[in-house]
Structure formats: C-alpha cells, structure tokens
Design a protein around this ligand. Structure first.
Ligand SMILES: NC(=O)c1ccc[n+]([C@@H]2O[C@H](COP(=O)([O-])OP(=O)(O)OC[C@H]3O[C@@H](n4cnc5c(N)ncnc54)[C@H](OP(=O)(O)O)[C@@H]3O)[C@@H](O)[C@H]2O)c1
Length: 313
C-alpha cells in the first residue's frame, strides 16, 4: 500500500464528487479537503444560503476551488430524483464519488417523522441515502471507478437492527434509534459492495467513519462555524480521546481518493477508532451479516419504492 499524506491528497482535477450535507460539520471539511485536489465538488444541501456561505468559505481557504451547490433534501424522498436531474442539466456526465455524509442525530424525544412519514433519523440517514444511490447509479457507473462512500459511526458498533421495527415505533429512544440508523447505513454500504461485485459493476462501495468529532476541537470557519477560545479550552481534555471535524473528515476523504482503498472496506481513525490518521479497520461481524443485510435491503427498497437492484445492472 502506498503512503498517504492527509495534508496533500493526490490531484483529482478531472473528477467530480458530491458530498451530502457539505454545508456544515464533517461534510464541510470533506468538501474543503476534496476541493484541494482540483476536483469539481458539489455540496448537497437543503439550504442554498448555507451552501453559498460554505462555498465562499472554502474558496477563501482553497484557491481555485471548483464548487457548486446541489439542492438536496434527504428527508423528502420524492425530491431526490429531481436533485440528481439537476446534475444532468448542468452537464455532469459522470460522478466519481458520492459521500453519504448528511445526518440527523436527535438527543431527545418526541419521535419525529420525515415528510414521507418515516422516523426522521432512519428516514434521512438511511432511506434518503438509499434512494439517492438509486438515482445516482447511472452517473456513478459512467465514471471509470465510481465510489459510494458511506459515513458510519462508532455508535453503530454496539447496536443491533430490529428488523421487526426499523422505524422505532415501539419504545422510541433517540440515541438508540440514531445508532441503529447508522448501523443500517453501514450494513447497506457493505451489502452494496457485495451486490456490485456480483453484478460485475465498476462501482465500489466503501464505509468510513470520523471517530469522535467535536465542534470544540474543530478549527473555526466563520461564518460557517465558529469555535470560541472558551469552547476550545473546555474541549481540550477531550482531545485525549477524540478529535475535531476537520480531522474527522480525513478517513472519509481517504476513502474517496486513495487508489489503494478497495470496495467493502471500513476506514476510520487510528487511535481506538476515535482519533488520529485514517487506517483500515476490520469490519464488525454484525455489519456484514448477509441475512440481516438482505432483509434490510428488501424493506428499504419497498419503503423507498425503487427496484431492489438500484439500477446497477
Ligand atoms: N460528529 C461526530 O462525532 C460523528 C461521529 C460519528 C459519525 N458522525 C456522522 O458524520 C456525519 C456528519 O456529522 P456532523 O457531526 O458533521 O453533523 P452536523 O454538523 O450536524 O452536520 C449535519 C449535516 O447534515 C445535513 N442534513 C441534515 N438533514 C438533512 C437533510 N434532510 N437533507 C440534507 N442534508 C441534511 C445538515 O444540513 P443543515 O445544515 O441544513 O441541517 C448538515 O449539513 C453524520 O452522518 C454523522 O452521523 C458524526
């Protein structure tokens, strides 16, 4: 394996990437780091003003950055095909990678739902990205080696899916529902790669996670995000264990760019999987369970209303 310098990712001038939730947090820093490669980077965001602010900020840090906003609301499944059609209308003929980064994490009840009536975290984090993958399939297939990079979480390690209650209608506990939504995403990411290999596709699917990524340890990017000196000071002890969102983006960026990364792999930070430089991790057994993955896949295709092959023929 070749060495990897996170501060100097390889040139990707001829490539096009999409980062969902690219207007804030880890998605913002993923977009910023990808922009340094010369690639055209789309920031998928439901809020044009936030996307424009993020684009201006990245341009002020990365000279010559090539960035566009893609209107994208993962909590509104019926809008996703139109979002992808926008890429077509802009003349984007291929997509080299999509980063499924956007996410909702609720701390407190009540249970909330998307416009389509799905539990908000499962609906946005998992079903939204599942549907988006369906509509992006032709553009990803048109790239020499298209990549789907799913952003998972350590929160998924200790969770198990409840296939009889994917939408947490019974005994709703927000943190558990969040962890399960991330587990659904990761299970999907590994299953997608198995299905792509079986179909002989050129597209690969990789899962990456940021470890623990705190705002208080994140460099300021005003007006996108500001960490005050007081917040930074209070977050300092946590730096022994976790990191900021700029560092949290690094395993994700490596999963997008590194030619040595293979489909079906899991990437995360080196130190206890919580902070540090990106490294490949063993895939936890429960995330690679084929029986669970197949049942999740069928249920997801039905809930979203798409063909189970997701268009990767
Ligand atoms: N931070 C951590 O420690 C940590 C740890 C493990 C995994 N992760 C994962 O990393 C990813 C990013 O986390 P973060 O900490 O950077 O979160 P964040 O700062 O809260 O940013 C979340 C992003 O998702 C977007 N988003 C939310 N709902 C959306 C929707 N319906 N449609 C489109 N975009 C939507 C948000 O857009 P708006 O600005 O419009 O709300 C925002 O851009 C998530 O997948 C999360 O599960 C984070």
């Amino acid at each position: 394996m070749t060495s990897w310098n996170a501060a100097r990712p390889p040139s990707a001038e001829d490539r096009t990437f999409l980062v969902t939730g690219g207007n804030a947090g880890i998605g913002y820093f993923t977009a910023e780091q990808l922009a340094t490669t010369g690639a055209l980077v789309f920031l998928g965001s439901r809020d044009r003003a936030k996307a424009d602010t993020a684009i201006a900020s990245i341009r002020s840090h990365v000279s010559g950055a090539r960035l566009r906003h893609l209107p994208l609301d993962l909590a509104d499944l019926s809008s996703l095909k139109a979002s992808v059609d926008t890429l077509d209308a802009l003349g984007v003929g291929r997509l080299d990678a999509v980063v499924h980064n956007a996410g909702v994490a609720l701390d407190d009840p009540p249970r909330r739902e998307t416009r389509d009536g799905h539990e908000l975290m499962f609906g946005t984090n998992h079903l939204g990205h599942f549907a988006l993958t369906r509509w992006l399939a032709p553009l990803l297939t048109a790239a020499p080696v298209g990549r789907v990079v799913t952003v998972g979480s350590f929160a998924a390690r200790s969770e198990r899916l409840d296939l009889a209650d994917l939408q947490s209608t019974r005994d709703y506990r927000p943190k558990r529902t969040y962890g399960r939504s991330k587990l659904a995403q990761m299970t999907f990411g590994f299953a997608l790669d198995r299905r792509l290999r079986a179909a002989g596709s050129t597209v690969i699917s990789v899962v990456a996670h940021p470890g623990g990524a705190l705002d208080g340890l994140t460099p300021s990017r005003p007006p996108v995000s500001v960490t005050t000196p007081g917040e930074r000071l209070r977050a300092l002890p946590a730096a022994l264990l976790v990191q900021g969102k700029e560092a949290g983006a690094r395993p994700v960026v490596r999963a997008v760019l590194d030619p040595d990364v293979r489909g079906g792999e899991l990437w995360g930070p080196r130190v206890f999987g919580l902070r540090g430089a990106p490294r490949r991790e063993p895939v936890p057994e429960h995330m690679a369970d084929r029986g669970v993955a197949d049942r999740l896949w069928s249920a997801s295709a039905e809930l979203v209303g798409v063909d189970a092959d997701l268009g990767f023929r």
